[in-house]
Structure formats: structure tokens, C-alpha cells
Design a protein around this ligand. Structure first.
Ligand code: SAM
Length: 404
């Protein structure tokens, strides 16, 4: 077994070691550790491996709380003290922004999580006659009976899910709202499955291709964020860590610093949650989202929360931007990991809001996009938010101000 010394961490939190010009990416290894590795994948210039024996241990190491940590690969940092995870994420944001945009903005301390376990309100289980996950980068099926980062309500329902005929099921998605405790089960299968023996869910869907067929219970489940209630359809995006999403929205609201006179665009609005959260402080809000079901939710959410100065459109973000002629003061974007496309950025530059707030779940695409905005906007500051403790993923909020 090869012995290596770890000199750095990559953006996925893997240890980096170098021997004779060859790079090794080593899971479960920390900086300065000397470890024996098991090779997982060999390429010409680099290899992927996992640390299996520790000759010199880092003081930042802890024993992972999850028994599946080494095989599952869903969590990347569970072997690292939480304070070190936060340092890793702040550093990742700093170095990626500098490397890919050339910018050196203020990076504020990360908004940490109070609960680093049992935070996810949604999970996709893979099914192979049993419930599990696929090992990272392989198709190896790992059977599990508990996922430590999932809302405990989800774990408590695993035994119920096992009553299904899993031989005909591809995937299972479970949503369990954190503050309201409603549960939705989505079963991905080509077959007509009997679900009448399953208890404990407020809503059960079968997903065939892109169609969601309601089998039992209510169409949507509810979640609460401070004084707001949001309903969520099976296909709609909703922030997976409700407690951290509240902190994220509060920070967006404080960055927006609305006076009641502003017209705000909430692009990539999902179920309308950010726009609704801010609407009472603005003159008018537009929410734009490509998924029609999410826009249906957004319109219900508008009513539930008694907000009447917000309009939602089921459109591609850029389609809306090219049509609007009204003066927009603030644009909030919260795109998927791919970030913004060039045309959308050009359209935002054209409508020239005085402020842009960019909520990002991928710092590499954020850096690329900030470089484009930088011609006309100052990147004032970035606040990272730890939405996904124990994983290498990091959310952030960036404030940009137009140069006059
Ligand atoms: C990261 S989510 C943000 C949702 C929302 N802001 C929230 O906090 O819940 C990104 C959303 O963008 C939507 N989306 C993806 N591509 C889009 C596009 N081209 N135009 C508009 N919406 C899009 C997705 O359906 C998804 O709901």
C-alpha cells in the first residue's frame, strides 16, 4: 500500500499528494497527514484514492459520525472538525473567486449552521431492491438504513418505504418539511405500484418519466420560514436546509435594504420564497421561474402570505429580461449550479439595476459570472452560508453595485 503526505485540499475536500510528478486525490485525508492509501481509480497524470491507515494524524481530524461515511461519498468532510469545515469553505470561496475572476472582494465570515446533522428536508434514495445511495463516482450500491444529514422524520419513514415492492422502483424522493413536519413520498417507477399499505406520508406520488401522479393525500406540503408559509409541489425546487435558508433570506433582505420605493426582480424564483420574503419592503416584485408547477406554488404562496405586490411569470429568465421596459432597482438571481448564461448577464446589464444580489450554490460559476459583471458593477462583498454541513458544497450571497 502506498504511503503519501497530504500537502493541500482540493475543492471537493480531498487531500492532495504528489509523488514523482503524479497527483493523488485522497478522500478521508487532511493537510499534513501521512496516510496509507487504497487506489480507487488510476489515470495517466493523477489517481484517486482513499486513506485507510493514518501514520500521522491532523489535529483537525474527528471520527466521522456516520457509519457509511467511507463508502457512501455523499458527505465529503465528516472527518473534519466543524470549525475546520467552515475554514475550508471560506478559503474555497476566496481562492476560487480570485483564481477565476481575478477579483479580491471582501469575503465575510461564513454563516454557520446550528445543526450540522439532520438538516436536509429532501433526499433522493437509489433503489436496488433495497434503499441506498451510489458510491461517489462508481455505480456501487450502498445499502443504508439511516442518513445522518437527513431530517429525522425521513429516517423514521425508511421502514415504511421498505413495505413497497422495491423491485420495480428506480428512485425514491422524500420531502419532509422541518418546521411543519409534513411528508411527501415520490416513487419513480414505470409500473403501477400499490401504495395503499404505506403510512406516515401526507402525500404520495408516482413519478413516471416527467409526470407526477398523485396517489394518496394532498398535492403539496407546507414549510414555514419565520412568519411565512410556503407550499411545495413535487417537482418544485425548495431550499433543502430550511434553518439555513432562513438565515440566507434574512441576509438577502438586509443586503437589499429596501425602502418601499423599489421595483425588484427575483429571477430563478422557485416557489417565490425570496420575492415573497422581501415584497412587504418593496414597491413591486416580479418573480420569474421556468418550472410552471413552481409558479403555481408561488401564486398560492402569494395568497397564503397575503402579499399582493408580487407578480409571477413562468418563463425563462432571459425571455422576461428582454421584454421588460420598466425601471428595475434591484435584481436578485439564484440560478442552478450552472450559473447564469452569457445572454442573461447581457440582459441584466442592459436593464442596469443599481444593485444586484447573486445567490450562488457553485462558486466556480459565480466567479465566471462576476468577471462579466465587473465591467459595470463593483463586487462589494460576499457572504458564504453553510447550507450543506459535512459536504464540500457552499452557498454564498454576493452584492454588486453599479458604477455611475
Ligand atoms: C437554486 S433554485 C432557486 C429557487 C429559489 N430562489 C429559492 O430560494 O427557493 C433555481 C431555480 O431556477 C429555476 N431555473 C432554472 N433555469 C431557469 C431559467 N433559465 N429561467 C428561469 N428559471 C430557471 C429552477 O427551476 C429552480 O427553481
Amino acid at each position: 500500500m502506498k504511503e503519501v503526505k497530504i500537502c493541500d485540499l482540493d475543492f471537493q475536500g480531498r487531500g492532495i499528494a504528489k509523488i514523482d510528478g503524479k497527483v493523488f486525490f485522497v478522500r478521508n485525508a487532511l493537510i499534513n497527514e501521512v496516510v496509507k492509501i487504497k487506489l480507487i481509480k488510476e489515470n495517466k497524470h493523477f489517481s484517486e484514492a482513499i486513506a485507510v491507515e493514518f501514520l500521522e494524524k491532523s489535529s483537525e481530524r474527528i471520527t466521522p459520525s456516520c457509519k457509511y461515511f467511507l463508502e457512501c461519498g455523499g458527505c465529503d468532510l465528516m472527518h473534519m472538525k466543524y470549525e475546520s469545515q467552515l475554514d475550508f469553505k471560506e478559503n474555497k470561496i476566496k481562492t476560487t473567486i480570485n483564481k477565476f475572476s481575478g477579483l479580491v472582494p471582501i469575503i465575510n465570515p461564513i454563516i454557520k449552521a446550528d445543526n450540522i446533522f439532520n438538516y436536509r428536508n429532501k433526499i433522493t434514495f437509489h433503489i436496488k431492491n433495497d434503499i441506498g445511495f451510489f458510491e461517489k463516482k462508481t455505480n456501487e450500491f450502498i445499502k443504508i438504513d439511516n442518513c445522518l444529514i437527513c431530517n429525522q422524520d425521513i429516517n423514521d419513514l425508511i421502514s415504511e418505504i421498505k413495505k413497497l415492492d422495491l423491485s420495480v422502483v428506480k428512485n425514491i424522493i422524500v420531502r419532509a418539511s422541518k418546521k411543519v413536519s409534513q411528508k411527501m413520498l415520490i416513487i419513480e417507477t414505470d409500473q403501477d405500484l400499490n401504495v395503499s399499505n404505506i403510512n406516515g406520508f401526507d402525500s404520495i406520488y408516482i413519478k413516471k418519466g416527467n409526470d407526477y401522479i398523485l396517489k394518496i393525500g394532498q398535492e403539496r406540503i407546507n414549510e414555514k420560514m419565520n412568519n411565512f408559509t410556503f407550499c411545495i409541489s413535487p417537482s418544485a425546487f425548495f431550499q433543502v436546509n430550511t434553518e439555513q435558508a432562513i438565515k440566507l433570506y434574512d441576509k438577502v433582505k438586509s443586503y437589499a435594504n429596501l425602502t418601499g420605493k423599489e421595483t425588484v426582480l427575483d429571477l430563478y424564483c422557485g416557489t417565490g420564497s425570496i420575492g415573497i420574503y422581501l415584497a412587504k419592503s418593496a414597491k413591486k416584485v416580479y418573480g420569474i421561474e421556468i418550472n410552471e408547477e413552481a409558479i403555481n406554488d408561488a401564486n398560492i404562496n402569494k395568497k397564503i402570505n397575503r402579499v399582493d405586490n408580487i407578480c409571477f411569470y413562468a418563463l425563462n429568465a432571459n425571455q422576461f429580461l428582454t421584454k421588460i421596459s420598466e425601471k428595475i432597482d434591484l435584481v436578485i438571481v439564484d440560478p442552478p449550479r450552472v450559473g447564469l448564461d452569457k445572454k442573461t448577464i447581457e440582459s441584466v446589464l442592459k436593464i442596469a439595476p443599481s444593485k444586484i444580489i447573486y445567490v450562488s450554490c457553485d462558486v466556480a460559476t459565480l466567479a465566471r459570472d462576476l468577471k462579466m459583471f465587473n465591467e459595470f458593477y463593483n463586487v462589494l462583498e460576499i457572504t458564504p452560508v453553510d447550507m450543506f454541513p459535512n459536504t464540500c458544497h457552499c452557498e454564498s450571497i454576493t452584492v454588486l453595485e453599479r458604477r455611475y
